[in-house]
Design a binder for this molecule. Structure first.
Ligand SMILES: Nc1ncnc2c1ncn2[C@@H]1O[C@H](COP(=O)(O)OP(=O)(O)OP(=O)(O)O)[C@@H](O)[C@H]1O
Length: 226
């Protein structure tokens, strides 16, 4: 059984006839447990498509996607369960629900269905350095603090795969580094396979490997040249 995240010869096309776009063109990738990879590339290259397929939100036209050894090719109901229990999503820092306190944001993923072995939301907030602000709402938090809450929310189900989209977009250099250190630390401590899509070159030095996506194709990239 493969662990972490495995994509095998994945293709995803949009449109038909002469208007076909290959959003993902024969993409293969293995991200091991405890490993953080970065994906960079120009706008429209297929990075969001990669996250959508890896997260079981979009079913590819061909190829296989395995999350913690589980094939996402099954029924939608099974895929929804894998999404809920095994995949964590972190988006840009403005992705919290305005009316909810930090503690309630982190609890939220546990309200959509049974989760086998959740982490304690308050303990988790303390672990990401937000224990003292657990009762605050998003507008009472800084961008970096909101991002920490978003990370805690993604971790509460103990996911095996963590998908992270532009985590530093709204942050200054110091906050960006802190958020990346947190993501890498959590990835190592909990044996997740973490994929970070980014335009921020500062992010790359925190990652174990860097990939470049161009026209739907994924290739090993250089930390400095991309
Ligand atoms: N629902 C859709 N219908 C048709 N084409 C789509 C759809 N979603 C994405 N595409 C196309 O697929 C390609 C890959 O898009 P994708 O959003 O994955 O790129 P991206 O690398 O995430 O871009 P960005 O950095 O701008 O977010 C693009 O050519 C895009 O126009």
């Amino acid at each position: 059984m493969s662990t972490g995240l495995l994509l095998e010869e994945v293709t995803l096309r949009y449109g038909d006839g002469e208007e076909v776009t290959s959003a993902l063109d024969d993409v293969s990738l293995h991200v091991g447990q405890g490993e953080v990879i970065a994906v960079v590339g120009p706008s429209g290259a297929g990075k969001s498509s990669l996250l959508a397929v890896a997260g079981g939100l979009t079913v590819p036209d061909s190829g296989r996607v395995l999350v913690g050894g589980i094939d996402l090719a099954g029924r939608e109901r099974d895929r929804a369960r894998v999404r809920r229990e095994r995949i964590g999503y972190v988006f840009q820092s403005n992705n919290l629900i305005p009316a909810l306190t930090a503690a309630d944001q982190v609890r939220l993923p546990l309200t959509f269905g049974r989760v086998p072995n959740p982490r304690d939301p308050r303990e988790l907030l303390a672990e990401v350095g937000m224990g003292h602000k657990a009762d605050r709402r998003p507008h009472q938090l800084s961008g970096g603090e909101r991002q920490r809450v978003g990370i805690a929310r993604a971790l509460v189900t103990r996911p095996s795969v963590l998908l992270v989209d532009e985590p530093t977009a709204a942050l200054d250099r110091r906050r960006s580094n802190e958020v990346l250190e947190l993501l890498v630390g959590e990835t190592r401590a909990h044996g997740m396979a973490t994929v970070v899509v980014t335009h921020d070159h500062d992010v790359l030095r925190h990652c174990d490997r860097v990939f470049e996506m161009v026209d739907g194709r994924l290739t090993a990239g250089e930390r400095t040249a991309v």
